[in-house]
Design a protein around this ligand. Sequence first.
Ligand SMILES: [Zn+2]
Length: 312
Amino acid sequence: MKEFVGIDLGGTKIKGIRINENFEIVENVNIERYDSSSTESITNALESVIKSLDTPEVLSIGFGIAGFIDAYLGVIHASPNIPALKEIGIKSIFEHKFGKEVFVDNDAKAGAIAELFVGSAKDTKDFLFITFGTGIGAAIISNGMLVRGADNLAGEIGHITLDPNGPKCGCGKLGCFETFASGPAIKRIYIENIKNYDKLPLLEYFSNDSSKIDTPFIFKFKDVDINAKNTLKYVADKIGLGLSIVVNLLNPKKIIIGGGLGMSLKEIFDDVLKSFYKNTLKIEAESVEFHFSELGNDGVAIGAALLPFSKY
Ligand SMILES: [Zn+2]
């Protein structure tokens, strides 16, 4: 049976997967921490993962990587989480090493391909895949095809401006969607508002050291800590607004939410929907379905393995 390898290259972890032609997972290999300091150390780590997954049945190797990727040439222009990866022709490097066809794409686009073939979007051709974590990643599938744009940058939803006077984003602009709806953003908003309250159980839990407060705790304390509650209400409002902009533009059938923070959004999704319905054209809002990804941490690696099946 034909097999396909997919690799999810993250800032600290590498996840490798081998699937068969029925799109079933045959094998999984994970490295929890690798040396990302140089191109050589990264390619060495990738090579060892691929070697342990490779068999004579494997036809191709796919990579899903956060960053600016030329999917046609298989070149990583830049990756915000892995600064050593700059202008790297990863396709040619690994085709030379393994003698198999290599595919490379942005991690959100790989995640969307996985949803299309084996996830929550199997029955639709028009959907948006959006991940919430340290930032926002997204990919648009329209009529069964990835929307790439001129430079493979279509789907940079995290950098839609929600407030031109808002906080500074990692991209240099002000008030981007992800400055209101990422793990670091939620922590920042909570800490900024501490001064407005007399007594906060979450702050006391960390002995009044606000630097120790982390986003999962803000969710955990939302029913007992008024600042946590109000922070998450504010964030839910912004997420609903951000999603409304995308839905008004693209009219997707489904929105599939992934990522670590994305899964926590289930807890505040009633508030997200209130803001979404308030801001979205009624006829479009009524037809869109929201789903949380069921592929979990495997999505990007599965999608990377499926890249040879996606239509460019
Ligand atoms: Zn930005």
